[in-house]
Design a protein around this ligand. Sequence first.
Ligand code: 6PG
Length: 251
Amino acid sequence: MNCAPGAQVRVFEDIGSLSRAAMELTVSLSQKAVAAAGRSTIALSGGSTPKKLYTLLASAPGRDAVQWSQVHLFWADERCVTKDDSESNFKLAYDSFLSSVPIPAENIHRIRGELGPSRAARAYEDDMRRFFGGASIPSFDIILLGVGQEGHTASLFPGSSALRETTRLALPVYLKRSRRDRVTLSLPVLNHAASVLFLASGSAKAEAVAAILEGGNAHHYPAGLVQPPHGQVTWFLDREAAGKLRDSARA
Ligand code: 6PG
């Protein structure tokens, strides 16, 4: 089984052009959501790959193209640390662009990792249910995701029981290798997104990217399980991350 049917694959020369294209699509989708519904909901990825995209949102033209007062920001996952900890995904976004844009504080839906994994997951789920309303699975307009060398995404790792979750929106996760607690969006939420943008850069990701996009066993990888039936998945790759693909669209 290949990855999300209809997934788009776009390959760029480098992280700079990849990030510009991903930023442009994010802005365009956000503008469309605001025009259609008066708001846009975006879940941000952690990790280092999206940093360039985030910095592009801190200045023109990206910064001025976003209707910040109608944008609501969430996170795909967070480490259970304080918001000023260098490992915090919130801090990554804050330092990269959040501190430079006119987004109302109440539009920032931070995962409060400092509460510890279980309480933080519950609090985040409560926040999402309050914001999106009802018991159904929320549908984010945009979810930005990265991918790990072994195919993880958000904080959903191969073999994790979190991958079997069908009803909860946010889950506590313990990573043995780094002895770190995290909170992650669940697969049902990722698979209810209207648009998922995967960003992958560097040769270290090439194996996982090829296995997910062309390997035939996408479901062996958490990132390959992100197949929103009513959403569009777009992969933004640089040439190195696309290095093991047999055939992919060129940017
Ligand atoms: C995190 C991310 C994680 C990340 C991948 C890729 O909190 O670390 O959610 O899923 O996207 O590990 O990380 P890099 O972008 O740093 O390679």
